[in-house]
Each structure stands twice: as structure tokens, then as C-alpha cells.
Design a protein around this ligand. Structure first.
Ligand code: DIR
Ligand code: MN
Ligand code: MN
Ligand code: MN
Length: 325
């Protein structure tokens, strides 16, 4: 079983322009490090709709949602096909909005399997158009996957067009909600708004805080996060680089203090993806236009290369013990 890199130069879901350049920044970091990483994989690129960033946004509570819906569909199809080919999808994306498309693809391939999500991110990304403070769709992928409007915390009045696209977004891949609240585990989430906290409390959603990571260590946190998802048939790990402390994530749209260092991120991801139920890993939100010190992509590439090795080792071992399809 092999890894397939899926590149998504997405841009439209973030509030700051430039995340679509993140995938190329990883490639430059790879080259500068003298690594053959990008030579080892046949990457596929999902076409993007970034030209519309020059157009006026028509949806204040879900910016560019019409184009993001198209991106969701394309990612979902690519992830689904990748799994059907018997490969492991490793997604390198720009902004985090389209992680909902990745989740849709996992469920499109395996509609009857229960999906758990480990969200390593400074942010909770569980807003809907009714609750978003910014209208930025990178704050909404989990709500789209849950089919969660969170009307109890409504602060916006999205118009009918926005809601038409929002409903369509929820139905990419499978008509039904793709995940359940109790099957989300957050790691080092530390920047969220009231409507998001409401959902944490209502559904008892676990967040392993940074102090908890410091107290327990990254390996134990990884094991506990995985154990919480033991009822799930498959697990998706989504890594937003702003999970790193802002010292180590200068080139990202919304850096936040008190987060992971690079060694912690590597060890955490390594232990997560070594679990046999992990079927997909995604890395997002590298924005080299903000990276004055040119360290973001280097740090991210270090984490990516290390995590990919862990996935490959696992797949190689599984190949020895179980017959390949
Ligand atoms: C904030 C920031 N919760 C929002 N979100 C994200 O605008 O929805 N920043 N995801 O990266
Ligand atoms: Mn995010
Ligand atoms: Mn984030
Ligand atoms: Mn370790």
C-alpha cells in the first residue's frame, strides 16, 4: 500500500491571502533541505478556483462558498478515488476550509464506516454561517461535516443563497452527516468563540490543551486521543500548522501563542498516524507571504517528512502481515 500526495492549492477560505502558496513553499523547503521527498511521490493536484479572489465576495457569512463547494466536490472525488485505488491519501492543502471535502471523500469511499477526527489546531473550526465572526470558511469545515448549524447561538442572518450553498456543502460525498460530535477530538485548540464553546459543552467534546500535552507528553496524548475514538472504524488526522506556537508558525494566517513546538508536533503526529485505523493525514494553512523569517515551511516540512515516514513504516509492516488487495 502506497501513499498518494494530494495537493490542494486552496486559498478562498482564509481571511488573509497567500495560503495557496503553502504547498509550493513546502517543496522549496524540501529542496533546501536536500530531501528527495517530493520526488518519491506521484502527486495529484486538485484544481482550484482561486481566480475568484479578484471578484467581489457575495456571501458575507460564508465567503466564496459557491467556489468552495466546487473545491469540496473535487477533493471528495480525489480522496474517494485514492482510497478505491488502495492508496493512503496524504493531503497538502492551503486553507483549512476544504478539510470538509477530505472528510466527504473518506465517507464517500466508506459510507458504512464510522469516522473519527483528530483536529490538531489552535482553532475549533466548528462555526456555521449562522455563528461565524468572520465569514471565513476555514472556520467551518467541522460544522459542515457534522451538519451543525448551531442555531442556539445564532448571531448572523445568512441569506437564502448562502444557505443553499451551505446545505449543498453538507451533502458532498454523502447525504447524511459524515461525523458525530463525540467522534471529534481536538489537540491544542486554544482560540475559539462562544458558539464553539457552547458545542464543546453540549456534546462534551474533548480538547487536549497545551498544558495537558506538557503534563502528559505527546505520546500519551496521542494514545488517549486514539482511545477516545476506539468505536470508530477509521480515523482522519487534520494538522493545521497554527497548532504550533506562534514562534514556530510565523507564516500562517492566524498564529496563536502557547502551542506545540516542532519536536512535539513531530512526535504527536508520528504516534497518531502509526495507529492502523488512521486512513488519511492532512496538513494546512502554510502562508509563505507572511513568513518573513522563512521558517514556517521549514518547520512544516520537517513535521511532514517525519509523519510521512511513520505512515510508510506502518503501511510496510501491514503489507507484511496482511495480504494486499
Ligand atoms: C475564527 C478563526 N474562529 C473564525 N478561525 C480560524 O474566523 O472563524 N483561523 N480557523 O485559522
Ligand atoms: Mn484550522
Ligand atoms: Mn487554525
Ligand atoms: Mn515518541
Amino acid at each position: 500500500k502506497k501513499i498518494r500526495l494530494i495537493e490542494v492549492k486552496s486559498e478562498l477560505g482564509a481571511g488573509t491571502r497567500g495560503a495557496s502558496l503553502g504547498v509550493d513553499a513546502l517543496k522549496i523547503a524540501c529542496l533546501n533541505k536536500g530531501s528527495d521527498y517530493f520526488k518519491r511521490f506521484n502527486a495529484v493536484e486538485v484544481p482550484n478556483f482561486n481566480e475568484v479572489m479578484f471578484e467581489k465576495n457575495l456571501f458575507p457569512h460564508a465567503k466564496y462558498i459557491d467556489s468552495i463547494l466546487q473545491t469540496y466536490k473535487r477533493i471528495s472525488n480525489t480522496v474517494e478515488q485514492t482510497l478505491e485505488l488502495g492508496m493512503f491519501p496524504l493531503v497538502l492543502a492551503g486553507d483549512h476550509s476544504n478539510a470538509g471535502g477530505t472528510i466527504a471523500g473518506l465517507k464517500a469511499a466508506y459510507p458504512d464506516k464510522t469516522l473519527g477526527v483528530i483536529w490538531v489546531d489552535a482553532h475549533a473550526d466548528i462555526h456555521s454561517p449562522y455563528t461565524t465572526p468572520s465569514g471565513n470558511m476555514h472556520g467551518m469545515p467541522l460544522a459542515a461535516s457534522l451538519s451543525e448549524d448551531n442555531l442556539d447561538c445564532k448571531v448572523n442572518e445568512p441569506d437564502a443563497q448562502t444557505l443553499f450553498f451551505w446545505e449543498a456543502l453538507k451533502k458532498v460525498g454523502t447525504e447524511q452527516p459524515k461525523i458525530r460530535h463525540e467522534h471529534i477530538v481536538y489537540i491544542v485548540t486554544r482560540s475559539y468563540e462562544k458558539p464553539e464553546v457552547y458545542l464543546f459543552d453540549k456534546h462534551n467534546i474533548k480538547n487536549f490543551t497545551y498544558p495537558e500535552v506538557m503534563a502528559k507528553g505527546t505520546e500519551q496524548v496521542a494514545q488517549e486521543a486514539l482511545r477516545r475514538l476506539q468505536d470508530c472504524d477509521m480515523i482522519y488526522v487534520s494538522f493545521d500548522v497554527d497548532s504550533l506556537d506562534s514562534k514556530f508558525s510565523k507564516g500562517t494566517g492566524t498564529p496563536v501563542e502557547v502551542g506545540l513546538n516542532v519536536a512535539q508536533a513531530k512526535d504527536l503526529c508520528h504516534h497518531l498516524v502509526s495507529h492502523p485505523k488512521v486512513v488519511c493525514f492532512e496538513m494546512v494553512e502554510i502562508n509563505p507571504t507572511l513568513d518573513a523569517e522563512n521558517t514556517m515551511a521549514q518547520n512544516a516540512f520537517e513535521i511532514l517528512e517525519y509523519t510521512t515516514d511513520a505512515i510508510q513504516n506502518r503501511l510496510a509492516q501491514e503489507g507484511q502481515t496482511t495480504p494486499t488487495a
